[in-house]
Every structure is written in structure tokens, then in C-alpha cells.
Design a protein around this ligand. Structure first.
Ligand SMILES: [Zn+2]
Length: 144
């Protein structure tokens, strides 16, 4: 009789998927294992594709897009849309603000998160705030 040893990190992912009601697939596990192994991260699909390829994990870009969409729909990651054609994903799903630097294809958390987010969003009567996305677009000073 042989015993299969599952690494702790994989067990955590499997539990995370089950809690989120997401079906466990080999591709989703590969993507999630890579995505969540680096702590709090901001990634886009192309970046994740390149990183996985560099780690000898050959998945199609479409599979990565679909997995990120599924993770987002099951509240495992947060979608941060910075423009009509550019979407980032954040492993920190809490409300927080971002800086976006298009010239460097980079997004980062604003260092000062102290200003209450609710100051920006008094909803009209009959509505409630469900989430707040604030992205401050930046350019290097010599380009302004
Ligand atoms: Zn963030």
C-alpha cells in the first residue's frame, strides 16, 4: 500500500476552492499554486502566463484568463480594471486604492490607505456601496 503525500500548500488551495464552491481542476490548481505562493500580488493574465511558462508550466493564455475570471467570480482574487482594455488581478480582495503606471505596465497599492473610502462614495437614496475601486494613474515626472 502506498501513501500519497499532498503538500500543505496544495491542501490549503483545495480547501480554498471547496470553501469558494469552485470545482478543483489540475489547471486551476497549477495557476492558483503559482498565484498565491508569492503573498500579496498584482498580476495580469499575460504576466502570469509568462511566469508559468518560465516555470515549465505550459498552459494556454485562454486557460489562464478563464481561471482568473473564475477565481474573481468566486471571491478568491479581486479584479482591478484600469482601462477598457487592461485588467489586473489582486490577491488582496479587501477594499484598497492603487497607483497605476501605464508606461511601466505596473500597478501597486497606494502607501497611504488612511483616508476613509466612504468619503468618496455617498450613494444616492435607495442604493448601498458594495465595493470601491480607486486607481490613480501615474506617469514618470519627465513625461508630464
Ligand atoms: Zn492591491
Amino acid at each position: 500500500m502506498s501513501t500519497i503525500t499532498i503538500p500543505d500548500r496544495s491542501i490549503c488551495l483545495i480547501n480554498k476552492f471547496r470553501e469558494a464552491g469552485l470545482r478543483i481542476t489540475k489547471q486551476r490548481c497549477l495557476i492558483a499554486e503559482h498565484l498565491f505562493s508569492g503573498g500579496h500580488r498584482h498580476v495580469d493574465a499575460a504576466m502570469l502566463y509568462s511566469e508559468l511558462l518560465a516555470n515549465d508550466k505550459h498552459l494556454s493564455l485562454a486557460t489562464i484568463y478563464n481561471a482568473l475570471r473564475d477565481f474573481e467570480q468566486h471571491n478568491l482574487i479581486r479584479r482591478v480594471a484600469v482601462s477598457a482594455d487592461k485588467v489586473w488581478y489582486d490577491t488582496d480582495i479587501g477594499d484598497h486604492r492603487h497607483f497605476y503606471v501605464p508606461a511601466e505596465n505596473r500597478i501597486m497599492d497606494c502607501p497611504d490607505q488612511k483616508l476613509p473610502l466612504t468619503k468618496f462614495a455617498d450613494p444616492p437614496k435607495g442604493y448601498k456601496v458594495t465595493s470601491i475601486d480607486i486607481v490613480v494613474h501615474l506617469a514618470p515626472e519627465d513625461q508630464c
